[in-house]
Design a protein around this ligand. Structure first.
Ligand code: C5P
Length: 237
């Protein structure tokens, strides 16, 4: 199913599909990294969990009218996606203050954002993914003004859909990161992954952290919490 390795990132490998040259195979790795790769560990089973979780979330978004690169799950650790050129910009949506924004702006932990806050970061490891504004995004990427407006609007729409989705499995969507990519026809679609690696998810009742923060902060077992997320999702669908 997969041919040439095109790219290896921190959490995934990207191959060209051997059966359809316009499609890519995303292969989820077991590696977890934090602080831009400064903390790194391998967790057997993590690739499978993120692939299964992401492969449940993208079809749900499709049902709600949100287009993405996702086509189908191929097996335990791989999924088939449309080829896109990734826009070097991370779009973060925040419902509650935690993580980098509390340090950057001195906000109190758990300050609610209403409306939710959208932040842009330049995807550049050498620069530690700095926060950028709209003008920087227009300068550093090939997106035009109208596309940037649409990306931000879509990120907020995804937040609305996913907040309700996670609420139905007793999870609070605190914040998350999205990436967008350009299809060969020029359209921009949601790309990359949506998983506990890229979202902060807190138990609705106990506020227990059920995402990569357990690894970042060394407060729990990553596989145990990711398995719980998958179980809750599977029970729902
Ligand atoms: O670290 P920060 O508070 O800015 O992270 C905001 C959200 O974006 C978190 O859910 C985090 O998991 C996600 N994120 C990510 N990849 C990055 C940076 C942040 O998935 N490179």
């Amino acid at each position: 199913m997969k041919a040439e390795l095109l790219y290896e990132g921190k959490a995934k490998k990207v191959y060209r599909s051997s059966t359809d040259s316009e499609k890519l195979v995303l292969s989820y790795k077991n590696d977890a990294t934090a602080f831009n790769g400064k903390k790194k560990e391998s967790f057997p089973g993590k690739g499978r969990l993120n692939n299964l979780i992401s492969s449940l979330i993208f079809p749900y978004l499709h049902e709600r009218g949100i287009k993405s690169h996702f086509m189908k799950r191929l097996n335990e650790t791989e999924q088939l996606v449309m080829e896109t050129t990734i826009i070097p910009m991370e779009v973060v949506v925040r419902n509650l203050a935690t993580g980098s924004i509390t340090k950057r702006l001195g906000l109190r932990e758990k300050t609610p954002f209403s409306p939710p806050l959208v932040e842009l970061f330049y995807k550049n490891d050498d620069l530690d993914d700095p926060l950028i504004n709209d003008d920087h995004a227009l300068l550093l990427t090939d997106v035009i003004h109208k596309e940037l407006r649409e990306i931000k609007a879509q990120a907020l729409e995804i937040n609305t859909v996913l907040t309700e989705f996670f609420q139905s499995i007793n999870l609070k969507l605190v914040d998350f990161k999205l990436e967008f990519g350009r299809l060969p026809n020029g359209d921009i679609v949601l790309s990359d992954e949506i998983s506990p690696d890229t979202c902060r998810l807190w138990d609705l009742k106990t506020n227990e952290k059920m995402d990569k923060d357990v690894f970042r902060q060394g407060t729990g077992d990553l596989i145990t919490v990711y398995e719980q997320i998958l179980q809750r999702l599977e029970r729902r669908v």
